[in-house]
Design a protein around this ligand. Structure first.
Ligand SMILES: *[C@@H]1O[C@H](CO)[C@@H](O)[C@H](O)[C@H]1NC(C)=O
Ligand SMILES: *[C@@H]1O[C@H](CO)[C@@H](O)[C@H](O)[C@H]1NC(C)=O
Ligand SMILES: *[C@@H]1O[C@H](CO)[C@@H](O)[C@H](O)[C@H]1NC(C)=O
Ligand SMILES: *[C@@H]1O[C@H](CO)[C@@H](O)[C@H](O)[C@H]1NC(C)=O
Length: 445
C-alpha cells in the first residue's frame, strides 16, 4: 500500500536463519480450558460507555490522542490485572481496531486516535507478569465489517470491509501483528490472532470472505516462516545467504503460500515494521500462533468454512447472547432448557470447527432476573461452554455510574463474582446439577 515499498526493503526486515525445532502439535500456548474475559471498551470504545470513537476523534483532532491515552491508561491497568489474576482468569481476548497499525489509516477520511500500540504493549506485559495469555481480536476492521454496530468503530449502514482494498489492509495488519507477536518481547503472551470479529451473518453479503480466510492463514504462516518459526505446512528451505529474502524466493513454494497477494502484503508490512522500528529478529516463541475465526455456523446462506483454510493450529469462536432475542423464549425456564441442551459444540465439530470456544457471552436476559436465577444462568452457561475449549466473558468490567445504570450486574465479570453469581474459582460452579431438570430428549437448536 506504500509507494516506497520494495522487495529489498522486505529483504532487510525479513532477514532470518532457519532453526531446526519442530512445532508443538495441538493449540500451543492456550490453557487446556479457557477461563477468560474480554478487555472490551479498552482499545476499541463502544458508545454505551463513551461517545463514538470516530465521531469523537473527528470533532477533537488536536486533543483526541491525549484524551484517549487517558482513557486507555485508566480503563485497564494494574489493579484490573490483579483482580483478574485473583479470580483465576487465564486468558484475555483483546478487541483491537485496524487503526492500532497507524500507517493503515487514511487520515483524509478516517479519524482514529493514535498511540494505542504503546498501551497494548503495556497491558500485555502486565498480563504476562500475571500469567495470563492473550488472543488479539481484529474487532474493528478497515472499511467497517458489521452493520450499525458500535463495536465496528464506525456506526454505519454500509459496511465497506468486504472489498479487495480493505481485505488487503486487514492482511497487512495481520502480518504486522504476527511479527510483533514473535519478535517484540512485550507480546510474549500472545497465543492467537482472530481474523474478523462477527462478520455479517448472511454470507451473501460478505463476498470474498472465504478467500480472505485463506489469505489470512497464508499471510500469518508466511510471516512466521520468514521469522524462522517451524511450520509443518511448508517445505524445508535452505537458510538464505545473508538473510536475503529475494534470494530465497525461488526456493519457496510460491504457488501455494507465497502468492502474489501474500508477497504484496509482506512487502507493505515490511515497510510499516521499519517505520515502527521493529528490529529484524528471529521469533522468540518459535511456536506457531493459533489462527482463529468465528465458526462456520456464525454465518448462514452457504458460508465459507474456515476449516478449509487451516494450516497449523487453528481455533474457532462462537458468541452467544440471549438478551438480543431469537435464541429462546424470554423466560427463565426456556433459557435453561436452551442452554442445557446447546448443540453448538457438536454441530461445529461435525464441520471441522474444533476446538471451539465461546469468545463472548454474559448474563444479560430479556426479563427481570433475580439473584437465584442469575446464579443458575451463570452455572449453566459455564457448563455448556466448557464442553468446548472454554469461555471468554463479555466484559471484564463495566463502568459503575448513574449513566451506566445497573448494567454491571449482568455484563461485568468482576461484578458478577462480587455479587456471587460467578464463582471465585472460574473452573467451579455453584451447582454442577443445575441442568438436570432441563435436559430434553431432543436437543435444542
Ligand atoms: C464512517 O461511515 C460514514 C458513512 O456512514 C463514512 O462517510 C465515513 O467515511 C466512515 N468513516 C470511516 C472511518 O470508515
Ligand atoms: C539478493 O539476491 C538477489 C537474487 O539472488 C540479488 O539479485 C540481489 O543482489 C541480492 N541482494 C543483496 C542485497 O545481496
Ligand atoms: C506446491 O504447491 C502446489 C499447490 O498447492 C502443490 O500442488 C505442490 O505439491 C507443492 N509443492 C511442494 C514441493 O510442496
Ligand atoms: C427467582 O426467579 C426464579 C425464576 O423466575 C423463580 O423460580 C424463583 O422463585 C425466584 N426466587 C425468588 C427468591 O424470588
Amino acid at each position: 500500500m506504500r509507494a516506497t515499498s520494495t522487495l529489498s526493503q522486505a529483504a532487510a526486515i525479513w532477514s532470518f536463519i532457519l532453526p531446526a525445532v519442530l512445532a508443538v502439535p495441538g493449540l500451543p500456548g492456550l490453557p487446556d480450558k479457557i477461563y477468560g474475559v474480554n478487555l472490551g471498551s479498552w482499545l476499541v470504545l463502544e458508545s454505551w460507555m463513551l461517545p463514538q470513537e470516530c465521531a469523537f476523534a473527528k470533532a477533537f483532532p488536536d486533543t483526541v490522542d491525549q484524551i484517549f491515552d487517558g482513557h486507555w491508561t485508566s480503563w485497564f491497568n494494574q489493579p484490573d490485572v490483579d483482580a483478574l489474576k485473583a479470580n483465576g482468569i487465564n486468558t484475555v481476548r483483546i478487541p483491537l481496531g485496524y487503526w492500532i497499525v497507524e500507517a493503515l489509516v487514511d487520515r483524509a477520511t478516517e479519524f482514529y486516535p493514535r498511540g494505542g500500540l504503546a498501551q497494548l504493549r503495556r497491558g500485555l506485559q502486565q498480563l504476562n507478569a500475571a500469567g495470563i495469555v492473550a488472543i488479539l481480536d481484529h474487532h474493528a476492521l478497515p472499511g467497517v465489517a458489521a452493520v450499525n454496530q458500535m463495536f465496528a468503530g464506525n456506526c454505519t449502514s454500509t459496511p465497506m470491509f468486504y472489498t479487495d482494498a480493505n481485505y488487503h489492509r486487514a492482511l497487512i495488519w495481520t502480518s504486522v501483528m504476527t511479527t510483533l507477536s514473535h519478535v517484540d518481547s512485550a507480546f510474549a503472551n500472545v497465543v492467537a490472532i482472530e481474523a474478523v470479529n462477527e462478520p455479517i451473518m448472511d454470507a451473501t453479503q460478505t463476498p470474498g470472505y472465504g478467500n480472505f480466510q485463506q489469505n489470512f492463514v497464508k499471510v500469518l504462516r508466511a510471516t512466521e516462516f520468514l521469522l524462522g518459526v517451524p511450520s509443518p505446512g511448508f517445505p524445508a528451505l535452505p537458510a538464505p545467504a545473508n538473510g536475503n529474502f529475494t534470494a530465497m524466493l525461488p526456493n519457496v513454494n510460491i504457488s501455494s503460500i507465497f502468492t502474489a497477494e501474500v508477497l504484496s502484503v509482506l512487502q507493505d508490512a515490511a515497510s510499516i515494521l521499519v517505520e515502527l522500528g521493529v528490529i529484524p529478529a528471529l521469533s522468540h516463541k518459535r511456536t506457531q500462533l493459533i489462527t482463529n475465526f468465528m465458526d462456520v455456523n456464525w454465518q448462514f446462506n452457504d458460508p465459507p468454512n474456515p476449516a478449509a483454510a487451516a494450516n497449523g493450529p487453528q481455533g474457532y469462536d462462537n458468541h452467544l447472547y440471549y438478551v438480543f432475542g431469537g435464541v429462546a423464549d424470554p423466560n427463565p425456564t426456556a433459557y435453561l432448557i436452551s442452554i442445557c441442551n446447546l448443540p453448538r459444540v457438536q454441530n461445529d465439530a461435525a464441520l471441522g470447527n474444533s476446538p471451539l470456544w465461546f469468545g463472548e457471552w454474559g448474563l444479560p436476559v430479556q426479563f427481570t432476573a433475580n439473584d437465584t436465577f442469575l446464579t443458575q444462568w451463570a452455572d449453566a452457561q459455564k457448563l455448556a461452554y466448557s464442553k468446548g475449549a472454554g469461555w471468554i466473558f463479555w466484559n471484564f468490567k463495566i463502568e459503575k455510574s448513574e449513566l451506566a445504570e445497573d448494567r454491571a450486574r449482568e455484563w461485568s465479570y468482576l461484578e458478577g463474582v462480587e455479587l456471587g453469581f460467578l464463582t471465585k474459582d472460574p473452573s467451579q460452579v455453584h451447582d454442577p446439577n443445575v441442568c438436570a431438570p432441563y435436559i430434553t430428549a431432543t436437543p435444542a437448536t
